[in-house]
Write a protein that binds this ligand. Structure first.
Ligand SMILES: O=P(O)(O)OC[C@H]1O[C@@H](O)[C@H](O)[C@@H](O)[C@@H]1O
Length: 296
């Protein structure tokens, strides 16, 4: 059986390779594990709450309708950091394909976290599609504005926590020449470094990255993760490092920053606006590839 439901979660197993699996929590429709030939690809805090009491610390939390804290849009500014998708229980719609195993989840105001839809009273329909390839994981999102009268303004971001054996031997490539906004320095500049290395807290938003750039996480010359994006022009690179890790109660072990890196594809540099009845879609594709250094 390539798809099984087990209480609060759904597990996909690839029919041609039982060691490739993905586990999705109904809460937040959060991917909490992706094993590629038995090897875990995602980082999940040992202190992550999986009971719906707070967003999952790790895996692939979903960020909608706001990235971070919005300070300008009257309604969005009332939502907590990163919005309501990751702290609402989504509806499991079922399996759409058996090979590669593919499932869908849905979220709408009728079932979203009522505390949050109260402060952000907009109609929306989200469909998340998760496809487990034998050597890839694809997460697709479709956002529809069902309203007949109101525009829908939102951000979208896949808050992907990637695993690495050692962050100090790891770099991110193919972002050279891209403009970024450094959330710690609170300034924007063009990144001229050939690769992105992590040796302190890193919290930067790369903006308007060329679609054809494959973002690669490389450890000791080996590309351990390759990220292909569609309709997601921005990417956050985040590592909390020592002090920030200590400040997050659900970030465990406290040395966990040494074995994780968030590379978060999204549309966050401005708000997407959907007219009544319009739909927007995007995907992230995580897979193994050879080294593709694109100094475009
Ligand atoms: O603790 P949260 O709400 O999951 O956010 C974690 C991090 O998420 C990142 O996307 C942000 O750029 C960081 O600023 C933030 O600290």
């Amino acid at each position: 059986m390539s798809v099984t439901t087990d209480g609060d979660r759904v597990v996909l197993t690839h029919p041609e390779d039982k060691t490739s699996t993905v586990t999705i929590l109904n809460y937040g429709a959060t991917v909490i594990s992706w094993k590629l030939k038995g090897k875990e690809q995602l980082w999940l805090s040992e202190g992550a709450k999986l009971d719906g009491s707070k967003p999952v610390r790790g895996g692939i939390p979903l960020v909608f309708p706001v990235f971070g804290k919005n300070k300008t849009d009257e309604a969005l500014s009332k939502l907590p950091q990163h919005g309501l998708a990751r702290n609402s229980t989504w509806e499991f719609l079922g399996q759409t394909k058996s090979n590669p195993p593919t499932v869908q989840f849905a979220l709408s105001p009728e079932i979203a976290n009522p505390e949050l839809t109260k402060v952000w009273p907009f109609d929306f329909s989200l469909i998340l599609t998760v496809e487990l390839g034998i050597d890839f994981l694809k997460t697709d999102i479709e956002v529809t504005n069902p309203s007949k009268t109101q525009e829908l303004k939102f951000n979208w971001l896949f808050h992907t926590y990637l695993k690495t054996e050692d962050i100090e031997d790891t770099f991110v490539s193919n972002l050279v020449g891209m403009e970024l906004y450094d959330q710690l320095l609170q300034e924007a500049y063009v990144d001229k470094h050939p690769v992105v290395t992590i040796h302190e807290e890193k919290d930067v938003i790369y903006r308007n990255i060329d679609d054809e750039r494959l973002i690669q996480v490389v450890r000791k010359g080996e590309p351990i993760h390759t990220l292909k994006r569609h309709n997601l022009p921005d990417a956050v690179v985040w590592n909390p490092w020592i002090a920030k890790s200590k400040s997050m109660a659900d970030f465990e072990p406290k040395t966990g920053y040494q074995t994780m890196l968030c590379v978060e594809p999204g549309h966050v540099h401005d708000l997407i606006t959907l007219a009544p009845g319009e739909t927007w879609s995007a995907y992230q594709l995580l897979y193994r590839d050879t080294l593709k250094y694109q100094a475009i």
